[in-house]
Design a protein. Sequence first.
Length: 429
Amino acid sequence: MTNVTVIGAQWGDEGKGKIVDWLASRADVVVRFQGGHNAGHTLVVGNQTYKLSLLPSGLVRGKLGIIGNGLVVDPEALLAEIARVKAQGLNVTPETLRLADNAILILPLHAAIDRARETARGDRKIGTTGRGIGPAYEDKVARRAIRVADLAEPETLADKLDELLLHHNTLLAGLGAETFEKQALLDRLLELAPQILPYAEPVWERLDEARRSGKRILFEGAQAVMLDVDHGTYPFVTSSNTVAATAASGSGVGPGAIGFVLGIAKAYCTRVGSGPFPSELTDETGRLLGERGFEFGTVTGRPRRCGWFDAALVRQAVKVGGINGLALTKLDVLDGLTELKVCVGYTIDGQMVKRLPAAPRAQARALPVFETMEGWTGSTRGARSWAELPAQAIKYVRRIEELVEAPVTLLSTSPERDDTIMVKDPFDG
């Protein structure tokens, strides 16, 4: 058996939470490896709905959850999320949740500079959540960030806050925003330290031990390949690398440990926030997809932009993301549509291409080239085998496989965890 890494193959919000929850029944450990509390996973378990941002989805299955070093962690948000899911009956303790001691902390000043910058951009906003993720990653790269382990050293905290405030207060003042006082931040961090530190450890040691003992590890990504800071629709991207390779660096394992890479994609396409979206529908069909799919951001609550499945985009994600197989979600949202379209490429200034270019203005000029397919009249909702699917729905799935050059490994037909068709168990490699 092998490990499995789950990543998004579009612009996020593809239903990763359900798939990770479903796969966690066969895993021993579930690891989040990048992002922050700007990402969200919704899990529907019977009558209970869990909305997770920082906590690994496997906790709902009673599996050990690990927050890796690749994340930026808002300690206030983490503790609030733990309290919320505990109130829903989940068991979250230092025995069930571990936090990398070298993970970066998000402080209130990060959120403040995030919001101030977005306001200053005016019409050129990039659509951040304003939660401080980008500025925290900037501090990490600039080597001035506060890490989880620093909470155990008050003198280290005090010294690092001097450097942080020198940088951030200068920027905040220049943007006309309120600045921060060192003592208030230091006092709050020291107050949070005894609540956070019991979860902290060098998680790479635990993961190495798990791997050596033959335990199955499920690596859980946030956002998606087309939001990757290198490979996505820059600058309308997140602030971390979202491709499968980050599972290794973001948790402290070797690249050979990430195993089978499962890319999650909706049977249509959505995007939250600004940025190019060639296959977007702004008509009645787009509104219908949004209503049927309950397309609102888990974290932001913002309505998602909806459009036809973009095979050229997902094919690009398959290549750069290292995807071995796809989990296709929300097939049931397309039930009853008489005609479907799939984007197979783009024309840019009259030239046909099968990838989104790197340059922003070229991305904005990309016009979709659609292939039209017949829809189906039967229902796919709740199907748990190929035999329960309408023939035209199967034809649609097979065409997607051809266009993206990757097999469909799992097929999700409703938000319920068991309404899933498994073509191949990813843990079989």
